[in-house]
Structures are given as C-alpha cells and as structure tokens.
Ligand binder design. Structure first.
Ligand SMILES: C[S@@+](CC[C@H](N)C(=O)[O-])C[C@H]1O[C@@H](n2cnc3c(N)ncnc32)[C@H](O)[C@@H]1O
Length: 301
C-alpha cells in the first residue's frame, strides 16, 4: 500500500443492495465522512457506494474499523456487506466522479436540480431550476433527507420569508427556498468546503449577497450575522443527535411565529427528538417520512 499523503484520498468502493443505501450513507455521515457518491448502473441493476477519506487521517486499521462499523447495518435486511475495494486517488477524482454520474434531477412537481455542466432538458423547461456544482459538499438533492426538505418547501412555499439554512452543504435548500419565494436566505456550515461550495453555487444561480449569504460556523455564526434580528423559517438537515444538541439555541434565531423544518433524522429517532423538542417548548406539527428518513415540521407554541 502507498504511504498516506496529505493531497490524496482513500476511495472506498462498496457494491451494495438498494435497501442498504440510505442507512450506509447515514452511518458514513455520522462518522464525519461527507464525500459520498452512489454509482447506479441500470443495465447491471447494481450500485456501488463510493466514499472519499483523507489519506492522512485514515490508517489501515481505521479503515478496517470503518468496515466493522458498517457491517451490522446489513444484518436487519438479512444481507451481508460485500468486500470493499480501497484505492488511493488524487483530489480531482471526487468531482470527476460526480460529473460522470450526476444527472438532472426533478424533485416534486416544480423543481429541477440541474448539474452546472448540463443543458436544461426540454421536458423540464417549465420547472424552477436550481443549478448545482456540489464540489465536495453534501447536497446534490438526491439524498432522501434533502428531498424531504425540498418537497416540504414546495408544499408550503416560504413566500416573502426570511430563511436560515443551518448545515447548508452545497446550499441547495436555500436556493430552492429563494426559488419558492423566500425574501432572503442566511446559510451556515461548519465545513469550510461547504461554505465555498455554497458561495460558488450562489454565483452559478446569479444570486447576490442581499438574497443569499453564507457564513462559516453554526448557530452562533447565524446569530452574529442577524445582529439581533430573526428569521421566519429555519431549515436544518443535520443528523438527529446534532439537532438534539442544538435545538435549545434555535429559539433565539426565530420570530414569534417561527417554524423549523428539521431533517436528517431516521424515523426510529423521531419519537425521542419529538420529546426533546416538546420539552423545549416546540409544537410538533408533522412528521413526514421517506424510506427510513423523517422530517419534523415544528413551530414555536
Ligand atoms: C446532511 S448535510 C445537509 C446539506 C444540505 N443542507 C442538504 O440538505 O442537502 C449536513 C451539513 O451540516 C453540516 N454540519 C454538521 N454539523 C453542523 C453544525 N453543528 N452546525 C452547522 N453545520 C453543521 C455538515 O458540514 C454538512 O454540510
């Protein structure tokens, strides 16, 4: 094996069954791995989960341990994980891979997520187009937790609202919110690559700073940007334990009638999160489910 180098990545390639895709992506994200792609090969009816890990941070024993952590996820489905293939690749491999496998993606009835390098397909000419070049940030719109938010925004458009997007990734939720009528979006992410990707995508969608602004950090960074003002809607697609840890600070960001769309939780985690949120004084309006993922719509009481 090559020695680890700071500019290279370990690329994991793991053939998977359809039903394992969501829980494996969830587990990888929980373990701090956000550079993930799934290759679909329709003619072969199979898919391969790809993940990129910085070589300098993942020793051979760390990678073995990662597989030990992933294997139990197949058990509830009566499946076994295939053997992974690891290879060391250069930085550009990540984005090249996206470009090969990412297609225009209609979401709901009105939205189209369109990769930056593709032309608008004629059949979607009447859709609201969000152009994206996700770089290495999560958020192509294809993950169920993202789709749940996008569909909720379409169903209940944030007309004239000021919106915050916490954990913005590539910025996709904020751009869709603006497309569905939001007045302004303030976004934040703790991953500096996500901040860069969101800025680049804002430019791609020709949004100026009055409408879309992104900052590095979390709730505190949003608060600092707001300078005592508030938003009407908070979008937060992060994992349940993170939402749980941050929930007590959401209140300061929101207006008296404020609402939150909280995604990134597994359906099994919803009851616990609901109890935590209610204890903090939030009213849970609905739980929407897609596969094993859930979205909670909550508002101030
Ligand atoms: C699941 S991705 C969601 C990306 C995008 N909003 C979407 O819906 O597709 C979660 C994002 O939250 C960011 N994140 C994780 N913990 C965070 C925190 N405490 N505050 C702000 N961002 C956080 C991650 O860096 C990642 O970009």
């Amino acid at each position: 094996m090559n020695s680890a180098s700071a500019c290279c990545w370990w690329r994991l390639a793991l053939p998977i069954a359809d039903e394992l895709e969501e829980s494996l992506i969830w587990k990888l994200t929980e373990l701090g791995i956000s550079r993930i792609a799934v290759q679909h090969v329709p003619e072969k009816a199979e898919r391969t989960l790809l993940a990129w890990l910085p070589s300098s941070e993942w020793s051979e024993s760390d990678r073995d341990q990662l597989m030990v952590n992933l294997r139990p996820l197949a058990e509830p489905f009566g499946l076994q994980l295939a053997n992974p293939t690891w290879c060391e690749v250069a930085d550009e491999d990540w984005s090249l891979n996206w470009k090969q496998h990412w297609q225009s993606d209609p979401v709901g009835q009105r939205l189209l997520i369109l990769p930056a390098w593709l032309d608008l397909p004629q059949e979607y000419a009447d859709r609201l187009v969000v152009r994206m070049d996700p770089g290495s940030a999560f958020g192509t719109g294809s993950h169920p937790s993202t789709r749940l938010c996008l569909e909720a925004l379409e169903k209940n458009p944030p007309l004239g609202l000021r919106v915050a997007d916490l954990g913005c990734g590539s910025g996709v939720l904020g751009f869709a919110a603006l497309g569905f009528g939001a007045r302004q979006v303030l976004a934040a992410d703790t991953d500096s690559q996500a901040v860069c990707a969101s800025r680049a995508n804002a430019e791609l969608n020709q949004l100026d700073l009055d409408r879309f602004r992104v900052v590095h950090g979390s709730v505190d960074a949003l608060s600092a940007q707001l300078q005592g003002e508030v938003v009407d809607l908070l979008l937060c697609n992060i994992l349940a334990p993170v939402i749980e840890a941050l929930a007590s600070s959401f209140d300061q960001l929101l207006s008296a009638n404020g609402r939150c769309l909280l995604s990134g939780l597994l359906v099994d985690q919803a009851p616990r999160l609901q109890v935590v949120l209610e204890a903090l004084g939030w009213r849970v309006n609905s739980l929407t489910v897609q596969g094993c993922w859930g979205l909670l719509d909550v508002s101030k009481r």
